[in-house]
Write a protein that binds this ligand. Structure first.
Ligand SMILES: Cc1cc2nc3c(=O)[nH]c(=O)nc-3n(C[C@H](O)[C@H](O)[C@H](O)COP(=O)(O)O)c2cc1C
Length: 351
């Protein structure tokens, strides 16, 4: 057991949100783990213009204010998504709003986009810029906004030039009505205005990639519609998926009845099915990022084989601590080689 595992055991005795806040403070103070050895070359991968040393990303929600992106890159993540950030600061829902379901390897959260707003996010992100670090921004809308689509455009205007990519998050279940932006007409309007904003900001310079983050609670018709719209507006990728509002019957933990989004192990199967359905619907024309219940190299490998060019995780990190990243990477590298692949790319969509 190393120092981080010991600290993690102590943190897991605290209420979930307090443990999270302490972790962010420790990371900002430079107390996080540092991976010294370079990544195994078999893990190198590309998503659009992003060249990643490994495909394991930190999913949005861990660092809503872009305070620890650099620390998490040093800890061994290949890419780190910060946010969701909204134009104005907001407090989120009343506490408690974050629940561990330890026996199920899961978490339920109804944070409600608590964050310090775009100006602070921009300042923090600017302070962490370093050539080669893949730190992205996940943008959203304020709960009380009169023009939610306008909030996304404000996000990209305010942060332009800072993140390595933008993720448009329309799939959080904790902002009432937000997921309706996934419906056909709303999505067309959203992507139309975002792409207009992007074109105006880009001029003849290269643009960072734009990803759309979707829910796992979509039916086949919605998956086809979102795929067509995403391809029509030339989005660079889809992140599949956010948390689910469904509750599998076999959840064991006392907190299973809490409202909010469920993440972790019980989300793995559904989010992987949805990933596969998007792969089918986009006919391999779109970069896909697999998220939901990844806790091992086998899970990451299964997402890649189902169609993911890269993956992200959050809940397993919160439950098992940062040494998990190194374990997942070495296991994934071994699995790729054992199956005769010399790169992540070769294994994408092999199922
Ligand atoms: C406490 C918590 C907060 C989250 N906040 C956000 C968020 O602000 N924006 C977002 O796009 N996803 C958010 N997510 C969803 C994660 O990014 C991820 O999509 C989901 O948890 C599934 O991955 P996992 O099973 O590895 O956690 C959050 C998840 C958790 C557990």
């Amino acid at each position: 057991m190393n120092l981080y595992d010991i600290a993690g055991t102590a943190l897991r005795r605290l209420p979930a949100e307090s443990a999270h806040q302490l972790t962010i403070l420790a990371l900002r103070a430079g107390l996080g783990p540092v991976q010294h050895a370079p990544d195994d070359p078999v893990l190198r991968t590309r998503i659009g213009p992003l060249d990643l040393a490994n495909p394991i990303g930190l999913a949005a929600g861990f660092d809503k204010n872009a305070r620890t992106g650099a620390a998490m890159m040093r800890a061994g993540f290949g890419w780190v998504e910060c946010g969701t950030v909204t134009p104005l600061p907001q407090a989120g829902n009343p506490r408690p709003r974050l629940f561990r379901l330890t026996r199920d390897g899961a978490v339920i959260n109804r944070m409600g986009f608590n964050n310090d707003g775009l100006d602070i996010f921009a300042r923090n992100l600017a302070a962490q810029r370093k050539r080669g670090w893949a730190i992205g921004a996940n943008i959203g809308a304020n709960k009380t906004s009169k023009d939610r689509i306008g909030d996304y455009v404000t996000g990209l205007k305010t942060l332009w030039g800072l993140p390595a990519w933008f993720t448009i998050n329309i799939s959080s279940p904790n902002t009432p009505g937000l997921r309706e932006l996934q419906s056909k007409d709303a999505l067309q309007e959203l992507l139309g205005r975002i792409m207009e904003g992007r074109a105006a900001l880009t001029g003849d310079q290269p643009s960072p990639p734009f990803f759309l983050k979707v829910s796992p609670d979509l039916d086949d018709t919605q998956i086809i519609q979102i795929s067509e719209t995403a391809c029509h507006y030339a989005l660079d990728g889809l992140i599949i998926s956010n948390t689910t509002i469904s509750r599998p019957d076999d959840l064991q933990s006392a907190a299973r009845g809490e409202g909010g989004g469920l993440s972790g192990k019980p989300l793995f199967t559904r989010s992987t099915e949805v990933l596969r359905a998007f792969r089918h619907a986009t006919r391999g024309r779109m970069t896909l990022i697999g998220v939901g219940g990844i806790a091992s190299g086998a899970d990451a490998y299964a997402k890649i084989r189902a169609g993911a060019n890269a993956v992200q995780l959050y809940t397993a990190l919160a439950l098992h601590g940062p040494s998990l990243v190194g374990t997942i990477k070495s296991d994934l590298a071994e699995r790729l080689r054992a199956n005769g692949f010399s790169s992540v790319d070769e294994a994408v969509g092999r199922d």
